[in-house]
Design a protein around this ligand. Structure first.
Ligand code: C2E
Ligand code: MG
Ligand code: MG
Ligand code: MG
Length: 283
C-alpha cells in the first residue's frame, strides 16, 4: 500500500544521502592526506636589492599539486586551511620541507629567507619552538630569516603576540609586514611593533602606471617607512617604470616578475649563481 512505500522510499533516500556525505572528504582530511602523499612543495621567489644590484634573498611560497596534475591556487587553499584550523600543521610541514631541501643549498651568508606566517600560528603554543627549531636546522647557512605577517595577524591579539615576536627578534629573526596598505593596521601600531621591513602590496605598485589615485598613498607609505626607519620591499614589480619609480623614492628591495618568478629549490640555486649576480638594468 501507499504508506509503506513512502517509508521505504525515504529510508532509501537517507541511505543514499548518507553514503554520499561519508564519501565527501572534509577539507582538514584532504589537507592531511595531501601532506602524507607529498603533494606539497615549496617555491622560492627571489628578492632584489636595488642598492647592491644583486639578489638579497627569496620568499618561500607554498605549492600544492593535486593527483590529477593540476596546481591548487595558493590564495584559495591557504585561506581554506586557515578557516579550517589547518594552517599550523601545514606551516610546520612547509618548514620541514624547506629544512630538508636546504641541506644541499649553496648560498651566500646573509641571504634573506622570507616565511609567510599567520596570526593563528603566532598564538599557538608551539610557535616559538617551531621557529627556533627551523632556525637551528638551517643555522649553518647563516640566513636572515624573516617572518612575513599580514596586518590582520598583527592586530589579532595583543601583548602576547608582540612579546613572542620580540623574543624571536632578539634571537636574530626579522619581522616584516606583508601586503602593507590592504589591512587595518593603525599607524601608531607600526611604532609599537618590533618591525624590520614593510612590504608594500602589489596593488599600490600597480597603481604607479594606472590613472587612479593610489600613487599619493604609495608615496605616503614610502615616506612613513623612511620615518620609522623600516626597509621597504616593493611587491609585484612587473615593469621597469615601476622599478624606477620605487628606486627614485629610496626603496631598497623589490620582488616581482620583472626580476624573477617563484621557482623550485634546485632552480633557485642555479639562478642565484647566474642571474642573481647581475643588476637589473632599467629603461
Ligand atoms: P604574498 O605573501 O604576498 O606572496 C606574493 C604573491 O604574489 C605570490 O603569489 C607571488 O607568486 C605573487 N607575485 C610575485 N610577483 C608578482 C608579480 O610581479 N605580479 C603578480 N601578479 N604576482 C606576483 P602566490 O604564491 O600565489 O601566493 C599568494 C599568497 O598566498 C601569498 O601572498 C601569501 O599570502 C599566501 N602564501 C603563499 N605561501 C604561503 C605559506 O607558505 N604560508 C602562508 N601562511 N601563506 C602563504
Ligand atoms: Mg609574503
Ligand atoms: Mg606579500
Ligand atoms: Mg601580496
Amino acid at each position: 500500500t501507499f504508506m509503506p512505500m513512502a517509508v521505504i522510499f525515504s529510508l532509501l533516500l537517507i541511505m543514499v544521502t548518507n553514503s554520499w556525505l561519508k564519501r565527501r572528504v572534509s577539507i582538514p582530511d584532504q589537507l592531511r592526506r595531501a601532506i602524507k602523499r607529498h603533494e606539497f612543495s615549496v617555491n622560492y621567489q627571489p628578492v632584489y636589492n636595488i642598492t647592491t644590484g644583486i639578489v638579497a634573498g627569496a620568499e618561500a611560497l607554498m605549492r600544492w599539486q593535486l593527483p590529477n596534475g593540476q596546481w591548487a591556487r595558493p590564495d584559495l587553499f591557504i585561506s581554506a586551511a586557515e578557516e579550517e584550523g589547518m594552517i599550523v600543521p601545514l606551516t610546520k610541514h612547509l618548514l620541514e620541507l624547506i629544512a630538508e631541501e636546504s641541506i644541499s643549498w649553496q648560498i651566500p651568508p646573509g641571504f634573506h629567507l622570507g616565511l609567510n606566517i599567520t596570526g593563528e600560528h603566532i598564538q599557538h603554543p608551539d610557535f616559538i619552538t617551531d621557529i627556533r627549531q627551523f632556525a637551528a636546522q638551517v643555522a649553518h647557512h647563516h640566513l636572515l630569516i624573516t617572518l612575513e605577517l599580514t596586518e590582520r595577524s598583527l592586530i589579532s591579539d595583543g601583548p602576547e603576540v608582540i612579546e613572542k615576536l620580540q623574543l624571536l627578534r632578539n634571537e636574530g629573526i626579522r619581522i616584516s609586514i606583508d601586503d602593507f596598505g590592504t589591512g587595518h593596521c593603525s599607524l601608531s601600531y607600526l611604532q609599537t611593533f618590533p618591525l624590520d621591513y614593510l612590504k608594500i602590496d602589489r596593488g599600490f605598485v600597480a597603481a604607479i602606471e594606472s590613472t587612479d589615485d593610489d600613487a599619493p598613498v604609495l608615496d605616503a607609505i614610502i615616506a612613513l617607512s623612511h620615518k620609522l626607519k623600516l626597509s621597504i620591499v616593493g611587491e609585484g614589480v612587473e615593469t621597469s617604470v615601476q622599478l624606477d619609480y620605487l628606486k627614485d623614492r629610496g626603496v631598497t628591495f623589490i620582488q616581482g616578475y620583472l626580476y624573477a618568478r617563484p621557482m623550485a629549490s634546485s632552480a633557485l640555486m642555479t639562478w642565484i649563481q647566474h642571474e642573481g649576480q647581475q643588476p637589473l638594468t632599467s629603461g
